[in-house]
Design a protein around this ligand. Structure first.
Ligand code: GLA
Length: 376
């Protein structure tokens, strides 16, 4: 991919670019908790967005998306927002840096990636983090700290892409570290790296290939439900809510919002339980929590779909230790914790049964935990 980008850059802009990359992410547990001030447990993966970039001495940005074979140019002022949706991520990052008092000058860029799009692996966060990291390195002497880089990506989603996401994806993409997961407290941004060394187990993603698109999806509605319940309970976020508080206010909360909150409050505890279990090397408990999360996401939070529930059922039938929807939901992948000796059988079974039911095989990605944003 690197050589291809350099070649395309030279062909288009006649020069040698500086190369940057940032990664997609997985999340072991803690879903839809980030915007509720709770905990998440992500890690960056070996699939990334890579960009070749070079200052061009003008006040224009010229970008080519190699995968989409799409080229655009835009200025750096608010009214210069490009029409192409993919370019809004790059534009948003530029604008958010400028809004924070940082510097962005005109540049040329070519980018490509191997993070599957719409699979719940945060290809958009990888794109934002790649450009945020690069523009910080290129124009700001790396003076913007990594937390702010993650927030620049998140604000890009909010202000230029229409998704009111939490901080997890951008954080994971910027802070990712090879062979480590991170437990992040999304309220304080305090985080710890956990070496992830699941001897005897594999983590594997099964992609339903149902495309999830968080823009215009009910994702923002879920967040609104949570905020309504928090306001009713008189807390800033559901991080501070308990089941007792929820029950005491049951009559003031709609049935739908109630279910959403039940899930979030349960999930908050599950992340902590998984951390304890990991420290004991107790993968059975990790897996049990993953199934509980799936159940909650499917029945109470209602962000699953028939294909994802089907994948989860097959995982159970195959005695997979843990399995659940990963990411925002509405399609994309399940993440599965599988014993080494059951792995081949599980993959064969899940591909065969899914194909028989839906007429196409799911995609299978082995998880390799890798570094986040970087200059190559
Ligand atoms: C998407 C969002 C994240 C997070 C997850 C669900 O990936 O971008 O902020 O809310 O969904 O956990």
């Amino acid at each position: 991919m690197k050589e291809k980008i350099i070649a395309l850059f030279k062909e288009r802009f006649g020069e040698e670019p500086v190369m940057y990359a940032s990664s997609g992410r997985i999340n072991l547990i803690g879903e839809h908790t980030d915007y509720n001030g709770g905990f998440v447990f992500p890690g960056a993966i070996d699939k990334c967005i890579m960009a070749g970039i070079k200052e061009n001495g003008t006040d224009k940005v010229r970008v080519y998306s190699a995968d989409l074979d799409s080229y655009t140019e835009f200025g750096l002022n608010e009214e210069d927002k490009p029409n192409e949706q993919w370019a809004c991520y790059v534009f948003g990052v530029c604008r958010e840096i400028i809004k924070r008092g940082g510097t962005v000058k005109g540049f040329d860029a070519v980018f490509a990636g191997n993070v599957p799009l719409g699979a719940g692996l945060s290809s958009s966060a990888a794109l934002e983090s790649c450009f945020a990291f690069a523009l910080n390195d290129m124009f700001n002497d790396n003076k913007i700290d990594k937390f702010e880089l993650a927030k620049i990506g998140q604000s890009t989603e909010h202000n230029y892409c229409g998704v009111n996401c939490g901080i997890m994806d951008q954080f994971a993409s910027v802070f990712g570290k090879k062979d480590h997961l991170m437990r992040l407290d999304c309220r304080s941004l305090e985080h710890q790296y956990y070496p992830f060394d699941a001897k005897g187990y594999k983590l594997v993603l099964i992609d339903s290939r149902v495309k999830h698109e968080l823009v215009d999806s009910p994702y923002n509605k879920r967040r609104e439900s949570c905020e309504r319940v928090a306001a009713t309970l008189g807390v800033e976020t559901l991080r501070d809510a308990t089941m007792e508080m929820l029950e005491a206010n049951r009559d003031k909360i709609s049935d739908e919002d109630y279910k959403r909150a039940v899930y979030v409050i349960g999930e908050k505890q599950r992340v902590l339980d998984v951390c304890d279990a990991l420290e004991r090397g107790d993968f059975e408990t990790v897996g049990k929590c993953m199934y509980e999360t799936h159940n909650g996401l499917s029945k109470d939070y209602e962000v699953s779909c028939v294909e994802l529930d089907f994948l989860n059922d097959i995982a159970r039938e195959c005695d997979v230790t843990g399995s659940r929807i990963m990411g925002g939901g509405f399609g994309g992948c399940t993440i599965n914790l599988v014993k080494d000796d059951l792995y081949d059988k599980f993959i064969a079974t899940v591909c065969e049964k899914f194909n028989a039911e839906y007429g196409h095989e799911p995609k299978v990605y082995d998880v390799i935990i890798s570094d986040g944003a970087r200059r190559l």
